[in-house]
Design a protein around this ligand. Structure first.
Ligand SMILES: *Cc1c(COP(=O)(O)O)cnc(C)c1O
Ligand SMILES: [Zn+2]
Length: 406
């Protein structure tokens, strides 16, 4: 007999608290996102699995057993101490959680691993997603692994390597002249008329659970929780997942100290959540003409906006908008100061830290964890035309190096 489908006790609406069982379902009848709830009283640290990937946290994930897991080795990413950034920024302890190590090179893999495992268990065979890029290629990979069909709709100016990766994994890909919002409307309408199930950000309840594992990993790797986490935010599953993890860790009794403060970072060219945060609003308004080099941050309106804003406020955190140029410089600082290959979204975290230090919010003796959400290799948006040197022979190279050394 196959194992039971799920560890979940129920799905609960994040707004009206209406409850649902384990069934193929998107949002609540009221239209708001659903969140997974567990019987945490029965979870002990000993019940964590002896694995190094995301599935170590199976007792607090919706999938019931390892047999039902669709995995490509996601999670278990390194937490790296950043001595160069510490010196340069004047903060005693800075770490980066490097999500570039995930399958398909971004933290989107975590969410899709859990969403696809659940979808497969629920008997769904065709999955669709509107995506600014990375969610689409992650879905494509996990659907391939699970033997399911994937449909991706993305903006036509999504970086080419991401689109190529999506096709490589065998997904059906369609481009729209617009942003993830237009892609979202198209996918929603298409799902209604076809057998596709929509796994859009926050419109599907299990992707957040995969992201949540980042918080548990952080807790174990650091031996506790930091003072600050800084996260680049578009649709908000990262921040919502982390805040859910921190709250569960407290409810489990594993974490007793103060909660980390969450700083979410957006691009100045698309910062609806920062604007709402600063205006003291509970929800965001759609951002007009969003433009940024970081596709993961080009989300003009997030379905989970209320939850992101709540996490930032409840944690006594903040929202920060940074210019594209600051992201570019930060990517190069990450690389040169500490050997970290960061995407522009990851660069936004470091640019955010600079602002937090300048404004005196982050103190020297605090512990900060920055998130690098992906690899730089999927978005070679020309940072600035680079002058590349050629060399004709070993002798020529030696001469050049001696010349430099002299
Ligand atoms: C999607 C994405 C983000 C934003 O994450 P959300 O969970 O949507 O807020 C950040 N960085 C990268 C590389 C992404 O692909
Ligand atoms: Zn509801």
């Amino acid at each position: 007999m196959p194992p039971p489908l799920s560890n979940l006790s129920r799905l609960e609406c994040s707004a009206c608290h209406r409850e649902y069982g384990i069934e193929p379902r998107n949002v609540c009848e009221c239209g708001r996102p659903l969140l997974a709830r567990y019987d945490l009283a029965s979870v002990t640290r000993e019940s964590l699995l002896p694995r190094r990937d995301l599935w170590r946290y199976l007792p607090v994930l919706p999938v019931s057993s390892e047999e039902r897991v669709v995995s490509l080795g996601e999670g278990g990413t390194p937490l790296l101490r950043c001595a160069g950034i510490e010196r340069t920024f004047g903060v005693d302890r800075v770490f980066v959680k490097d999500e570039a190590a995930n399958p398909t090179g971004t933290f989107k893999a975590r969410g899709m691993a859990v969403a696809v495992s659940m979808a497969k268990g629920l008997g769904l065979t065709r999955l669709a997603v509107p995506s600014a890029g990375n969610a689409g290629s992650a879905l494509a990979a996990y659907a391939a692994k699970a033997g399911l069909e994937a449909l991706v709709v993305a903006p036509k100016d999504t970086p080419l390597p991401i689109l190529q990766e999506t096709l490589l994994f065998g997904a059906r890909l369609f481009l729209v002249d617009g942003t993830i919002l237009q892609a979202g409307d198209i996918v929603k309408a298409a799902c209604k008329e076809t057998g596709f199930f929509n796994v859009a950000t926050m419109y599907e309840p299990y992707r957040v659970e995969g992201k949540k594992a980042m918080g548990y990993e952080l807790f174990e790797q650091l031996g506790g929780l930091p003072d600050w986490v800084v996260f680049p935010t578009g649709g908000g599953t990262g921040v919502v997942g982390l805040w859910k993890a921190f709250n569960e860790l407290r409810e489990l009794g594993w974490h007793e100290g103060p909660m980390p403060r969450i700083a979410f970072v957006q691009s100045a060219g698309c910062a609806p959540l920062v604007k709402a945060f600063e205006a003291g609003k509970e929800a965001s308004d759609p951002w007009k003409n969003p433009a940024t080099i970081a596709p993961g941050l080009r989300v003009p309106k997030a379905l989970g906006d209320v939850l992101v804003l709540r996490a930032a406020r409840e944690s006594n955190g903040t929202g920060i908008a940074v210019e594209d140029d600051a992201m570019r410089s930060a990517v190069s600082e990450f690389a040169r100061l500490d050997g970290i290959g960061a995407c522009y979204e990851g660069g936004a975290s470091l640019a955010g830290l600079r602002r937090l230090v300048e404004s005196g919010k982050v103190k020297r003796d605090e512990t900060v964890v920055l998130f690098n959400t992906g690899t730089p290799l999927k978005n070679p948006f020309p940072p600035k035309p680079q002058k590349l040197s050629t060399v004709e022979s070993a002798d020529a190279l030696i001469a050049r190096l001696k010349g430099i050394a002299a």
